[in-house]
Design a binder for this molecule. Structure first.
Ligand code: ZN
Ligand code: ZN
Length: 315
């Protein structure tokens, strides 16, 4: 049974240049084996791949030595020295390594500093969840971790309360500049709530920080009826220049505009795919190059390369 699977996988690979997908197992020969049996027979899909001697896809990791470098290449390093995992939108990045899912920051810590003791969690000293720089990571207990972020919220709110009286626009900007992480042109507040917006505790209630900033900066009553729109489409951004007041309807138009802007066409997709074959650039640089050229997001470029979009177009 194992041999049959391997020879089938090899055959598909020779015909199509890619490893078979679930769909391929159903083609002309029918099932060489029950697809669900593959994890049982091989342990993981990655293991099957290895058994076939098929070279790992570009972007997949072959040895632990390359791993840390690979992670760094897939991050954008900002001025705080944080390695920002490019897929993460203030969530922990996850990758498959040796057939298992791991948090990227976890892998990065293990590679640089060794195993994590049972019961301990990884803490971001930089309060940047997206960061995978092992130098910014340390282990601690769950409790310490929670106290960490509470302490951070407290000091942040203490700061804004301290400044709140008679705060001028300049002071507000200065404070935000000192406490936010810069990502592209955006100022990202380090702590966001479950909806992805930064929140801040003032007096006796929580405020949405971007709305709060906009209300002060544009001189609008926080409580009145309006919507704070992110013109950068980055929810956790609090750069006052990226937030404008509008109506609910405007907000809908914003998100449609955003998706319209990130549309690629066939020719560009072909160019990207061809370039990817011959490029020497590391992935992050490659994404940036094409996102600039095609005026789309890095994610859009990445989706093209990894076949999440436009998979029907061959280079
Ligand atoms: Zn960091
Ligand atoms: Zn922004």
């Amino acid at each position: 049974m194992k041999d049959l699977c391997i020879s089938f996988a090899k055959q598909i690979y020779e015909e199509t240049g890619r490893f078979p997908t679930q769909k391929d197992w159903k083609v002309k020969f029918g099932y060489p084996c029950n697809v669900l049996k593959i994890p049982e027979l091989f342990g993981t899909w990655a293991e099957l791949r290895r058994s076939c001697g098929i070279e790992l896809d570009r972007g997949m990791i072959s040895s632990s030595d390359d791993m840390l470098l690979w992670i760094q290449q897939h991050c954008s390093v900002d001025q705080n020295g944080c390695w920002n995992w490019f897929r993460g939108n203030n969530k922990y990045g996850k990758i498959v390594w040796q057939g298992k899912w791991y948090g990227v920051h976890r892998i990065s810590f293990i590679l640089a500093k060794g195993e994590i003791q049972t019961g301990l969690v990884i803490r971001h000293k930089c309060h940047n969840k997206r960061c995978c720089n092992p130098e910014h990571l340390e282990t601690g207990s769950q409790r310490e971790n929670r106290l960490d972020s509470i302490g951070h919220i407290k000091s942040a709110s203490a700061n804004i309360i301290h400044h709140k009286k008679n705060m001028t626009n300049e002071e507000l900007i200065e404070w935000l500049e000192s406490i936010t992480r810069k990502y592209n042109q955006c100022w990202e507040y380090p702590i966001v709530g479950s909806e992805g917006y930064a929140k801040i505790y003032l007096k006796t209630k929580y405020y949405l920080l971007h709305r709060y900033v906009c209300s002060i900066f544009r001189n609008i009553d926080y409580e009145s009826k309006w919507v704070a729109r992110h013109i950068c489409s980055n929810k956790c951004c609090v750069n006052p220049e990226h937030i404008v007041p509008g109506t609910n309807r405007d907000n809908g138009i914003d998100s449609r505009e955003h998706s319209r802007k990130t549309k690629l066409n066939r020719q560009i997709v072909i160019d990207i795919k061809n370039d990817w074959i011959i490029t020497d650039l590391p992935p992050m640089k490659f994404y940036t190059k094409w996102s600039t050229l095609a005026k789309v997001s890095n994610d859009a470029v990445r989706n093209v390369i990894y076949g999440k979009r436009w998979s029907d177009i061959q280079p």
